[in-house]
Design a protein around this ligand. Structure first.
Ligand code: HEM
Length: 413
């Protein structure tokens, strides 16, 4: 698409959201990203100096354009919102193109600390605080737009697993927007701008709000804790070839450099967990509560030794321990986990209502999430305290180059 016609579409969109396009204020932002709660993937350590020096991180930006979308290998933010959208009836490929054009343009601006087109609160946009926006397309996006032949094979509703208690209100979606930020006000503003862009084309099916550790509360690269108090997010595929093979898809053509995103909403019965003794809690996981080290190791980074036995010949890491069952049995089972805590509580009677928004990225969900979750659903000791209530899968297109929109090579062929 020529720059002139792109400008026409964007200007029309801005007029549609309440006025002429506002002037674009360029804000001086520090390049790179700061380190957040989860441990890092390939480009994860970039820009962590802002945190190490105790500097403010409001002006820290994460690049929007590039080979891969942001919000995958970059360290997790303090706050995240996942928006599941369904296309409105009548939205065809050319409308989907307009939608992605406008969304991508505003996401590119906002993540770099610039106001969106027609921004009604431009002041908030000036400090993006590691804002990232990641787009993904669900199986029904392909079907509704006549693109089924281009759908990556594993982007299909996940199979039913034992003990699933899935609710429609937390499942599926034609489109996902994963918006991460260290500042909840900036996050709010971004959601507002992007839903304004999308509302002519799509309606909100579900919204999931999650959180990790606040930026600046721990040294960069420190792994965060989940609502059971466990250090969660330690083990990730190794930066470099291992990460690239595990996470980035090699095809089909338009999807090269993309990834498959699995989202599971999992409630965690914190009140029931309270009643369990600390030793039992550690046996369930196979790692220590205090520092996240495996029961067979000394420090968090140690790999669990699944063969180690105690004086009586029992496995130190129990046969039903989460880490034993979750550990990849073949390289194809490696995934990048980037989950968040959620809290919908307390309930009127003062009980907790919290859990994990499990988010993971992988080249092929059928080879990765499905076999791992089968093992967990069947045998994981943690199952006494957790319940999967939502499930969704998305094809996350590769990153857009400058002047392109996300998903362009799918939508325009
Ligand atoms: C509420 C549910 C869950 C909780 C509380 C939980 C918690 C944890 C914790 C504390 C660890 C150990 C530290 C780490 O390496 O991150 C871990 C490891 C892991 N979990 Fe989970 N997890 C949950 C669900 C899942 C699901 C649904 C999957 C995938 C199907 C999964 C896959 C993994 C993997 C691959 C590891 C690393 C295992 C290794 O050491 O190789 N987890 N999880």
């Amino acid at each position: 698409m020529s720059p002139a016609s792109r400008r026409q579409v964007l200007t029309a969109a801005a007029a549609g959201v309440g006025g002429a396009a506002a002037s674009v204020g360029l804000v001086a932002c520090t390049a790179g990203s700061a380190s957040g709660g989860a441990s890092a993937g390939s480009s994860a350590s970039a820009g962590s100096s802002a945190q190490a020096s105790g500097a403010l991180n409001g002006k820290v930006t994460v690049p929007f354009h590039g080979a891969h979308q942001a919000g995958i290998s970059t360290p997790g933010p303090a706050h995240v919102t996942l928006l599941g959208l369904d296309l409105r009836s009548g939205v065809d490929k050319s409308a989907a193109k307009r939608m992605m054009l406008v969304l991508s343009d505003d996401a590119a601006r906002l993540t770099q600390g610039k106001e969106a087109l027609g921004d009604t609160e431009p002041e908030i946009a000036a400090s993006p605080a590691r804002l990232t926006v990641t787009f993904g397309f669900g199986p029904t996006f392909f079907d509704k737009l006549g693109l089924t032949a281009q759908r990556p094979a594993s982007v299909t509703p996940l199979p039913a697993f034992p003990k699933d208690a899935l609710q429609e209100k937390w499942s599926g979606g034609d489109l996902i927007l994963q918006i991460g930020c260290d500042d909840p006000t900036v996050l709010w503003h971004t959601i507002r701008m992007l839903t304004k862009d999308a509302r002519e084309f799509a309606e909100v099916k579900w919204i999931q709000r999650g959180f990790g550790s606040a930026n600046g509360t721990a040294a960069p690269g420190t792994t965060g804790r989940n609502v059971f108090g466990q250090v969660d997010g330690t083990f990730q595929p190794k930066e470099g070839a291992e990460f690239d093979t595990a996470v980035w898809a090699s095809g089909p053509g338009w999807f090269k450099g993309g990834t498959v995103m699995v989202v599971r909403r999992i409630t965690m019965d914190v009140d029931k967990w309270d009643a369990f003794d600390p030793t039992g809690k550690e046996l369930v996981m196979g790692r220590r509560l205090a520092d996240g080290a495996p029961l067979t190791g000394k420090v968090e980074a140690d790999r669990p030794d699944l063969d180690a036995v105690d004086a009586n010949g029992f496995h130190v890491i129990d046969d039903t321990a989460h880490v034993r069952l979750a550990k990849a049995t073949v390289p194809a089972e490696l995934m990048r986990r980037r989950g968040y805590n959620f809290d919908d509580g307390p309930t009127p009677d003062g009980k907790s209502n919290a859990g994990l928004i499990f988010v993971a990225f992988m080249a092929d969900a059928a080879a990765t999430f499905v076999p791992v979750q089968r093992r967990l659903a069947e045998k994981d000791a943690l199952n006494k305290w957790i319940t999967h209530i939502g499930s969704a899968v998305f094809a996350v297109p590769p990153g857009a180059a400058e002047g392109e929109y996300v998903g362009q090579h799918l939508i325009e062929g």
